[in-house]
Design a protein around this ligand. Structure first.
Ligand code: HEC
Length: 170
């Protein structure tokens, strides 16, 4: 009888110790698990969200703001996308007309270049804003234009390139 009670007490004590231990382990696991889980999720959202939003924000910044801090030096490197058809020297035409002083120049400036006529339908003067719209999507801006160039996607690139063109003969 005495022995049985002692044994029961010992077993009972061990069991409750074990229960407390189990509970503790479960809690620890739960805290660790949810902690790790939240951490992981926050990381993924941060990366994907930041990248996605960045692109949109970049597109939403008005051209005038981007142009105000544009880099002509960076734009010079982008000129290589135009030089196969355009020269910068006044009156030197290739597939496209010379772009000497093109920023704020009247549209279809040269009488000796055979323009399509589509550009004059779109604007009168190549202000930085008009050039920006044209270079983003030439055929969308001036349907029927003879300039077969697909467009420059990033507003920073267009701003830098226009800033560079503004240093040539302007
Ligand atoms: C595949 C040849 C080609 C490429 C590449 C090209 N252009 Fe043109 N560009 C033309 C042609 C052709 C015209 C005349 C379009 C017309 O008359 O419709 C033109 C016209 C223009 C005009 C209007 C000039 C004026 O006198 O009214 C501007 C500005 C211009 N291009 C800028 C650029 C810039 C900047 C790039 C590089 C990002 C570029 N082009 C790339 C062929 C090209």
């Amino acid at each position: 009888m005495f022995d049985t009670m002692t044994t029961t007490k010992i077993i009972g004590g061990l069991c409750s110790t074990f229960l407390v231990f189990l509970l503790g382990a479960w809690l620890a696991e739960e805290i660790y698990h949810s902690g790790g889980h939240y951490g992981e999720q926050a990381y993924v959202i941060e990366v994907e969200g930041a990248e996605g939003e960045e692109v949109e924000v970049v597109e939403e910044v008005p051209f005038s703001v981007v142009y105000a801090s544009a880099s002509a030096a960076d734009g010079e490197a982008l000129w290589r996308g135009c030089r196969s058809c355009h020269a910068l020297e006044s009156g030197q035409h290739g597939t496209g007309p010379a772009l000497y002083g093109v920023v704020n120049r009247p549209v279809q400036f040269y009488d000796d270049f055979n323009y399509s006529g589509a550009l004059a339908e779109a604007t009168d003067v190549w202000t930085p804003e008009e050039l920006n719209a044209f270079l983003e999507n030439p055929r969308g801006y001036a349907p029927g234009t003879a300039m077969s160039y697909n467009g420059m996607r990033a507003v920073e690139d267009r701003a830098n390139l226009i800033a560079y063109l503004a240093t040539i003969g302007g």
